[in-house]
Each structure stands twice: as C-alpha cells, then as structure tokens.
Design a protein around this ligand. Structure first.
Ligand SMILES: Nc1ncnc2c1ncn2[C@@H]1O[C@H](COP(=O)(O)OP(=O)(O)OP(=O)(O)O)[C@@H](O)[C@H]1O
Length: 228
C-alpha cells in the first residue's frame, strides 16, 4: 500500500476551541480540518498566538473543551473516556516540546526507558530500544548523564528519543528546537527529521521558522483560526 492510499494517522474535522478571558470569548480555532498520512511530516506555521499549541494539545488528547472530531489511527478519540484516551495517546502518540521536560533525577537512558516500561515492555527490550535511539542521536557517550549534566541540544535529543521510544504513528512537536541557538537548532532538527523518517512515523511540527518548515513534506498555516 503506498502512503497516498493509506488511511490517515490523524483526521481532524471541524475542530473548534474558544477561551473565556475576563468576560470576553476568544475563538482561537474556528473549524480546522486536517488529515495526516502515515509517515508524512507536516509543518504547522503561524504567528505567535495563532493557536498552534492549542491545536497540538487538542490532537494530543491532552485537553478537553474543544468541539469537533479527532480520529487517531482510525479511532474516534472524542468518543472515548479518560482511560481509553490515555491508552490511545500512549500507543500512538509521541510528544516533543520546546523545553525538554525530562525527569531531572533520572539519567538519559532511564528517561527513555520509563515510557516503555509504562507501556508494558520488558526491561531488556526497553533498554535495547533506548540505547538504539540515543546512539542514533549521537548520545552513546551520555547514557548515564542526568539532564543537568547535558547541554541544551543534548537534552532535546533525549526528549526526541523519549518521544519515539514507543514507536508512535504520530509525533506532535511544539517548537522542538525553539529553545536552542540557531546552529544547534538546525543540527538537532535535522537529526529529528532523519530519525522520524527512518522510523516511518508521521509528525506535526509547530514552528515559527519558515526555513525549518520547508524541510518538511507539507506546510499548513494557521491564520485567524483556520488552516490555509
Ligand atoms: N488556557 C487559556 N486560557 C485563555 N486563553 C488561552 C489559553 N490558552 C491559550 N489561550 C489563548 O489562545 C491563543 C492561542 O495560544 P497558543 O498558545 O495556542 O498560540 P501559539 O500559536 O502556540 O503561540 P506561540 O507561537 O506564541 O507559542 C492566545 O491568544 C492565547 O492567549
């Protein structure tokens, strides 16, 4: 089956999200439709405040309060209860944020192991997978370093390895290199793309950076609550 005929890893229909602030309603997402195919890497561009993070949080099943439909791997997530959503998220989604959110008391390999153990993988299997990913990201010599003993670029690489650990069909990345200097951001972003492509995962990557966006398979733009 080629990727154009494969069913989408995510399908969003008429996604809407508003916030009440001081008695005023702000309509941030005003009806978003998007389909992402397996292995497709989509850049989500838009100015600050346009709703990129809000959209990723909805797709990541991290927040309620929206209208519309979100299907992940063919499952209508909007119809699920909390536990079933958590399982769907764990089995199909990986997350990378602007700040690494690694656990400070655990070293690199443990940070990548933990989500796999939660998903029921054996310690041996999880260790092998974590090592494979960290080595692929050039961190073979940093496996037992804690986040505070790593550079910013290294911390983000560990966060990338953690996001991919459970082989998610879809990675959601919110400004994944936004906290790094330009040269480091370019390097880490290149490694991120290579690894995601190698793994065959799809991704939606929110960014301000037009140049990084052009390296992806497709660019969509958020403007006044709609995708262009
Ligand atoms: N919990 C909330 N309560 C009220 N308003 C919110 C809340 N979360 C987001 N907003 C508003 O929604 C709009 C979109 O925010 P969002 O963080 O999604 O934008 P963004 O495109 O990711 O911006 P940036 O690129 O600066 O991260 C903003 O105007 C923001 O103030």
């Amino acid at each position: 089956m080629n990727s154009s005929s494969a069913s989408p890893v995510v399908r969003i229909t008429e996604l809407k999200r508003s916030f009440e602030q001081g008695g005023v309603t702000i309509d941030v997402l005003r009806g978003i439709d998007l389909e992402v195919r397996p292995g497709e890497i989509v850049a989500l561009l838009g100015p600050s405040g346009s709703g990129k993070s809000t959209m990723l949080q909805a797709i990541g099943l991290l927040e309620g309060g929206f209208e519309g439909k979100i299907e992940i791997a063919g499952v209508n997530a909007t119809a699920l209860d909390g536990d079933a959503r958590t399982t769907l998220r764990r089995d199909h989604l990986g997350f990378v944020y602007q700040f690494h959110h690694l656990l400070p008391d655990f070293n690199a390999i443990e940070n990548v192991l933990l989500p796999q153990l939660v998903a029921g993988r054996s310690q041996e299997e999880a260790t092998a997978r974590a090592t494979e990913l960290l080595v692929a990201l050039g961190l073979g010599g940093r496996l037992d370093h804690r986040p505070s003993q790593l550079s910013g670029g290294e911390q983000q690489r560990v966060a990338v390895a953690r996001a991919l650990a459970n082989k998610p069909g879809l990675v959601l990345a919110d400004e994944p290199t936004g906290n790094l200097d330009e040269a480091t951001a370019d390097r880490v972003f290149g490694e991120f793309l290579k690894l995601v492509r190698g793994e065959g995962s799809a991704a939606i990557v929110a960014t301000h950076n037009e140049r990084l966006a052009q390296a992806m398979d497709r660019v969509v733009r958020l403007h006044e609550g709609k995708l262009e």
